[in-house]
Every structure is written in structure tokens, then in C-alpha cells.
Design a protein around this ligand. Structure first.
Ligand code: NI
Length: 133
């Protein structure tokens, strides 16, 4: 497998400001304040502690991509995002190993418009891959 590096842990939250305050209480600092992603209808905020980056994700409307997930999982981590120096090879290896793409590369406003793609595995659930610009 092409080397992957963890970029962030995606964390579903119902109330992003309260979640932000609570992560601050835990010792995280705000790396990037709340950004609205109008493609996915979510608010996003990046928090960091040491090498760990958490992406708070909160649905803004009922047609948000995560509206169904938050009903099921409540406030909870739900994906790990990876970056890699060799995206094409990593994507090919993941899909050959049983990961199914659940969307196509789509711009992520909270990541300076870089594209991301989500894949799912029966064994480990959802992952996200950053597509290099
Ligand atoms: Ni993410």
C-alpha cells in the first residue's frame, strides 16, 4: 500500500460551537475556525492537539450529507482522513482491496478547495482521501 498519513479524524457534532468549546477545554486549539461547506451543507472546524487534528462536522440542514449519519451516531467520530504522496496508486490499491468509493472527488472548501473522496470498507467503515491539487 502506498504510504498514507493521517490528516484528520472527522467528528460528527450536533452543536459546533459547544463542541469547539469542549475540545478547547480538553486542550485542543482552533486551527481553522468554522467554515461553511455549501456542497455538503455542513459547518466544519479544525482543532489540533499535538499531531492530532480533529475535524468537527455539523449538519446545517436536513439535506446535509451527514444529516442521516448524525441521527444514527449522535456526537461521534465517523471517519479518518488520509493524505498520500501517490494518490492514484493509493486509490487503485484501496479499491482493489475491497474499499468502495461512495462519491467522486469533490472540492472541500475547508481544505482550500482541494478535492476529497470518501470510500467505505465493510471492516473499518468510512475513510476519506485527499486528492492532491
Ligand atoms: Ni474529513
Amino acid at each position: 500500500m502506498s504510504a498514507l498519513r493521517v490528516h484528520h479524524i472527522g467528528y460528527l457534532v450536533k452543536k459546533i460551537e459547544k463542541a469547539k468549546q469542549t475540545f478547547e477545554l480538553l486542550g485542543y486549539r482552533t486551527e481553522q475556525d468554522v467554515v461553511y461547506d455549501d456542497i455538503r451543507k455542513i459547518d466544519i472546524c479544525f482543532m489540533v492537539m499535538g499531531d492530532c487534528r480533529v475535524e468537527l462536522v455539523s449538519p446545517v440542514s436536513e439535506d446535509s450529507v451527514v444529516a442521516g449519519l448524525i441521527r444514527k451516531y449522535k456526537n461521534s467520530p465517523y471517519h479518518i482522513c488520509y493524505e498520500t504522496d501517490n494518490y492514484e496508486a493509493a486509490y487503485a490499491e484501496l479499491t482493489a482491496s475491497g474499499f468502495l468509493a461512495i462519491d467522486t472527488p469533490t472540492p472541500a472548501p475547508a481544505l482550500d478547495g482541494r478535492k476529497v473522496v470518501f470510500l467505505t470498507s465493510a471492516a473499518v467503515g468510512m475513510i476519506e482521501l485527499i486528492v492532491p491539487a
